[in-house]
Design a protein around this ligand. Structure first.
Ligand code: PEP
Ligand code: MN
Length: 336
């Protein structure tokens, strides 16, 4: 981090600033130019906030030369992190497909979809019990009952389950959930992230619809800073000016995230597209771009789905996509 001092900065105030920085355990590198004087900060600057320094009278500007996230940073951890969910590995050359309905609706629905997607090769089962809906009048999910049905489907198939948490008070209900999802709308629910950081359980963290990659990584850092380093990142499309599809899948995010972080990166083509026919091409594009997995919505009867039917695949369509995924993965040497 570099602190640029104001031209007319008084010696006394600069000394005060130096003292403050030294007290934070940093080493200082001073550079007195004819026009500009700088202080280079050496050491762990993650605990220093740019705004805190910018507020000081003698400071003209503050620039970060290294990223504010540390545990999520690939520089600190050059090898890929591999997350093991009940024997299903994600990351470091291991690819996983998470599939299932948008929401858990009935016992028969979730169990049947679980069996179908498992037969096609999906490793994990998804299904929302607590749903973040734009309208308060839309189906909100079955709540605790939905979690119970999801656990029954887990028992029937042996598939680990992924489901979204919306509030901290529900955490006890998630005890037997294998991967806790933090949805796009909660990417910056910092209190929730802090609590999830205390668990020893994988967290699937979705990118907010207007979240930058660094903001996503800072959210991952919240979880990791608490001690839980099992974070899987998920690109699920961002909001742009384009209205032809639900969101714009940011394919560029995949190679860039893989460069910035060692954490596994998966893609949700269903919420990115919002339309069934686009799910397959986006899924294939995601894995060609280096994603460690995809999450796809599958429903036994999409036309009657209580949520996101338009983007849900039938089990037959999903089976076809899975065959294509396997063929595309082969030359990359990735394994299921
Ligand atoms: C979901 O996966 O069920 C979901 C609500 O997705 P997102 O948070 O990406 O909108
Ligand atoms: Mn959905």
């Amino acid at each position: 981090m570099i602190v640029i001092l104001k031209q007319n900065a008084s010696k006394e105030k600069v000394e005060e600033l130096k003292k403050l920085l030294l007290q934070r355990g940093l080493k200082l590198h001073l550079s007195d130019g004819e026009e500009t004087s700088l202080i280079g900060l050496i050491g762990d600057t993650t605990q220093i906030h740019e705004d805190e320094l910018k507020a000081l009278e003698v400071v003209e500007d503050v620039r970060r030369v290294s990223e504010p996230y540390k545990k999520a940073n690939r520089k600190m951890h050059p090898g890929d992190t591999v997350i093991d969910v009940c024997g299903r590995k994600i990351g470091g050359g291991h690819f996983q497909v998470i599939a299932g309905p948008c929401s858990v609706e009935t016992r028969d629905q979730i169990t049947q979809v679980a069996k179908d997607v498992q037969k096609s090769g999906a490793g994990l089962l998804r299904g929302g019990a607590f749903k973040p809906r734009t309208s308060p009048y839309a189906f909100q999910g079955l709540g605790a009952e939905g979690l119970k049905l999801l656990l029954e489907a887990k028992k029937a198939t042996g598939m680990p389950i992924v489901t979204e948490i919306m509030r901290l008070e529900h955490l006890d209900l998630f005890e037997d959930v294998d991967v806790i999802q933090v949805g796009a709308r909660n990417m910056q629910n910092f209190e929730l992230l802090k609590e999830l950081g205390k668990l020893d359980k994988p967290i699937l963290l979705k990118r907010g619809m207007s979240g930058t990659l660094d903001e996503l990584l800072m959210s991952a850092e919240y979880v990791m800073a608490g001690g839980n380093e099992k974070v899987i990142l998920c690109e699920r499309g961002i909001r742009t000016f384009e209205k032809s599809y639900r969101n714009t899948l940011d394919i560029s995010a995949i190679p860039m995230l893989k460069k910035k972080t060692h954490l596994p990166v998966i893609v949700d083509p269903s919420h990115a597209a919002g339309i069934r026919f686009m799910v397959e091409p986006l899924a294939l594009a995601a894995l060609a771009a280096g994603a460690d997995g995809v999450m796809i919505e599958v429903h036994n009867d999409p036309e009657r789905a209580l949520c996101d039917g338009m983007q849900s695949l039938t089990p037959v369509m999903f089976d076809d996509v899975m065959n294509k995924i396997k063929r595309v993965l082969e030359p990359f040497g990735k394994t299921f």
